[in-house]
Design a protein around this ligand. Sequence first.
Ligand SMILES: O=C(O)CCC(=O)C(=O)O
Length: 290
Amino acid sequence: MDNRQRSGGNLNKDQLEHYHTNGYVVLTDLLSDEDMQAPKQAMMEKVSWIADELYGDGMITDKLENLPFEYRLSELFKGMTDKEFLKYGRSWRDRIPGYYRLMSNPKILDAVESLIGGEIFSNPVYNVRPKVPGVAAGAVPWHQDKSYWPDANSNPVITVWISFVDATLENGCLHLKPGTHRKKLLKWHEESTTGTGYTALKDEQIGKAPTVALPVKAGTAILFNDRLLHMSTPNQSDGIRWSVDLRYQPTDQDPMANHGAGFLARSYEYPDRVATLEDWLHNRNEHSPE
Ligand SMILES: O=C(O)CCC(=O)C(=O)O
């Protein structure tokens, strides 16, 4: 039995007001180094799989095992083409335990609870993003996240974007247009330049609202509404801009099974149905108590 009390979340009045007015809120230093350790380990595990494969295919002669988190992947792909990188996907959605630990982190869920209440479903759309220097897929065009689930009766889905290194103007931090979360879903198209088919808006749809660039320190979370216009610029540094974008919604909305399996991340009504790591690893939405 879960003894937690319904807390109502941990965002203060100013943060809530900022979110409701602007469609986003920045939570500086939300995660500690310890919180980031397991997901970072998961990312490094994936980089090692890739290095093994590139090595096996004769694409590299050194797996660069001793290079740090920020540089190993960019060095592994140095001199290769976008296509060679995109073979591994523009973002990753592997089922590695460290990602479940991140998605279940109480600090994140407390913040989300402030916005949508305490019955929280972790949406199947989450992306681990290694923004590699020189790879066009790293730069994301202006869009609304809702264009990826236009028909879902979920309103809103909250994106929690977390940087795992300092995100800067140079390495391609997030940019957004405050207040645009009040817009309806705009007509989008699939862009054809990056090789990803990202949904995108035309210049004339973006409007004159000022753009805010959000360079943030590692461990910072940016929470935003799925109608807010946002984009990110290319990585012009020599390291990876590592980030993860997670999504949460109230449990009474479309679980979007066409995107994969999400999971019950927090519930005060049915605490023993919250999905365990084992459930998540097996694509189960929730726990079935004996
Ligand atoms: O991380 C980025 O560069 C873009 C993220 C994004 O578009 C999103 O999280 O919806």
